[in-house]
Design a protein around this ligand. Structure first.
Ligand SMILES: Nc1ncnc2c1ncn2[C@@H]1O[C@H](COP(=O)(O)OP(=O)(O)OP(=O)(O)O)[C@@H](O)[C@H]1O
Length: 590
């Protein structure tokens, strides 16, 4: 990882110095232009924490700016001093975000975006009609005061704080939690990340900055009304700016705001009537030719000196491990008690409408066992894994881990109790590197460690599964086999007691299957991890499992040691009779 810290810090320091000097060397016009630019940047950047970092398109972010402005002005005209009025702007905006989080975060994707689209018009409606409090469409006028310079300096400090917060998000554990959510929310939860509080905090943080920006601008304008504070077409300008520069990047929103605001100045003078159309055109051109924004342009991303501008995370300080460290994983090996039941399913049932996918499944899995879970396609294997890992709640029965009923727990709580899993179709965090994917598993799972330590120890897990050379490679650049290996490494990094492995062998070569089998054996023998392995390629299972549980149409039809199970007529008919030709050929060769 090349360090971007000195360059970024030098750049931010130079930028801060230029902001400090501007009012001394320039007249009121450039200062008020720069002031607008600073405010727009704070709105754009704080919006991008929710969009670019967490992956939630919030079209109502501008409302927090208006809410902050109203809270500030309404207190100021009632005689509240300046500082508490500014503080109130931050608190009220955060409170609004908190309240809005409950309905909004029930929505996902396009529905979330459309949900947020209603916020700005709704606030305009409230500000226009709650005349007793807001003075309605007449607006609120502050006592006349020339405050451009102090407002400018306040905005400048807020900009530096905004950049510092972005920097922190891009290299902190919290930042990795929100990027994991952006990449794959369900997997983030299965890694132990508690989704709702992380989302609320991110939205709250973004609202606080936008609210303060609104208050500073209202102070400088000394007048607010519902139309200007909650104007939907203006609301989209900071969003357009962030997209133009590069959403999710350290300096993307800043570059976008500088470019778009400068363009706006030119258009104001020359083409004011065409302003809206030109904004639209800029975004269309960027979307068509540079999706991801200017800073993700290949010329920048492939340039050694500039590539850090196109990086989505800026974690620094994961010292390379010494060669030879790879033999040991940093996992606590428990004293195995082979009589102890780790997992008990008691008549666990799951149905989708009328389709009963898992029907009163009762199984016990003891510490240190490797259990093969088999059955034809659609027999309920993955659904059972989803029940155990908390993706679904059972419609009937109970699931007990180490004596604790986990049937009503969330997936992150279950992960922290020590249930790890992989997915049949690998679901790595595609936009993150191998190191980062594993570190997320390590810093949120059962054995959660600080991010720095997680980043460092990620290398041991990567080497264990044969990904040592790919440690800094983005997950989406890996082959299928490598992605499956990464799934295993990430799950192991969470320090599971019980590992659920979902169909690994299909698509792998014979040698790759053998290597994988050895990994499973070592996981159990060396680290005492209990394993349930769903697999269609029987020969792979036969090398390592102690016991077979066979499902058919959601029900257990056999639960016996391997040698016994394979002699069972029903097993032969339902499972072995169904393996497809390709898998059968593979089995024969293996
Ligand atoms: N989210 C869902 N919504 C509706 N039906 C589902 C859902 N998930 C699974 N099912 C249904 O539940 C049944 C069991 O599916 P499941 O994926 O658990 O089987 P499986 O044994 O894992 O199959 P495969 O070996 O093909 O992965 C199937 O009939 C499937 O169509």
């Amino acid at each position: 990882m090349s360090s971007s810290r000195p360059v970024a810090f030098a750049g931010i320091a130079a930028f801060a110095a230029a902001l400090g000097v501007l009012p001394i060397v320039a007249g009121p016009y450039p200062v008020s232009f720069a002031f607008i630019l600073l405010i727009t940047f704070v709105i754009a950047q704080s919006w991008d924490w929710v969009n670019g970092q967490m992956g939630y398109l919030n079209l109502g972010h501008y409302a927090f700016y208006g809410i902050g402005a109203y809270a500030f002005c309404l207190l100021l005209i009632r005689g509240v001093p300046l500082a508490p009025s500014f503080a109130a702007a931050i608190v009220v905006a955060a409170l609004a975000a908190f309240i809005l989080s409950f309905p909004l975060f029930r929505l996902k994707g396009d529905y979330f975006a459309f949900g947020t689209l209603t916020i700005v018009p709704l606030c305009e409606l409230l500000a226009s009609n709650l005349t007793e409090i807001t003075k309605g469409s007449e607006g609120v006028t502050l006592p006349p005061n020339y405050v451009l310079i102090p407002a400018y300096y306040m905005a400048a400090v807020l900009v530096v704080l905004t950049l510092a917060t972005t920097w922190w998000l891009m290299g902190s554990r919290f930042g990795y939690a929100i990027r994991a959510i952006r990449n794959d929310e369900q997997v983030a939860e299965v890694c132990g990340i508690r989704l709702f509080p992380v989302k609320v905090l991110t939205l709250g943080l973004s609202a606080m900055f936008a609210g303060l920006a609104g208050a500073i601008q209202a102070w400088q304008f000394s007048f607010i009304d519902p139309y200007t504070m909650f104007n939907l077409s203006v609301a989209l300008v900071p969003i357009a700016a962030a997209l133009l520069g590069g959403s999710g990047l350290l300096l993307g929103p800043l570059i976008g705001v500088i470019l778009l605001s400068s363009l706006q100045q030119v258009l104001l003078v020359k083409l004011s009537m065409l302003q809206g159309a030109v904004y639209g055109l800029v975004i269309v051109v960027i979307g068509r030719f540079l999706p991801g924004g200017l800073l993700r342009w290949r010329v920048i991303a492939n340039n050694k000196r500039l590539a850090w501008l196109a990086r989505e995370s800026h974690f620094e300080g994961a010292p390379a491990m010494a060669a030879g460290d790879h033999a040991a994983l940093p996992l606590r090996a428990p004293d195995l008690d082979k009589s102890k039941v780790v997992l008990r399913c008691e008549a666990a049932t799951m149905a989708f409408g009328g389709n009963v996918a898992v029907r009163e499944v009762s199984i016990d899995v003891r510490q240190g066992e490797i259990v093969g879970l088999v059955g034809p396609n659609g027999s309920g294997k993955t659904t059972l894994f989803n029940l155990i890992s908390g993706i679904y709640r059972p419609k009937g029965g109970r699931i007990i881990v180490d004596g604790q009923d986990i049937s009503g727990l969330r997936a992150d709580e279950i992960a922290c109790l020590g249930i790890g899993r992989t997915y049949q179709i690998p679901r790595p965090f595609n936009e993150l590197t191998v190191r980062e994917c594993i570190a997320i598993g390590r810093s949120f799972g059962r054995g959660a460690v600080p991010l720095r330590e997680a980043m460092q120890s990620a290398e041991a897990f990567a080497r264990f599964v044969g990904l040592g050379a790919q440690i800094e490679t983005r997950a989406d650049k890996l082959s299928l086999q490598q992605k499956k290996a990464l799934e295993l490494a990430r799950a192991l990094a969470g320090e599971p007691k019980l590992l659920l492995v979902d169909e690994v062998a299909s698509g792998l070569s014979i040698n790759e299957i053998r290597t994988f089998v050895e990994h499973i054996r070592e996981i159990r023998d060396r680290y005492g991890i209990t394993v349930i392995w769903v697999e269609h390629i029987f020969s792979a299972l036969a090398r390592v499992v102690d016991r077979l549980v066979v499902l058919d149409s959601g029900s257990v039809i056999a639960d016996a040691p391997l040698q016994e199970a394979v002699k069972d007529e029903r097993v032969l008919a339902t499972y072995l009779g169904h393996s497809n030709e390709k898998d059968a050929r593979k089995e024969k060769r293996a």
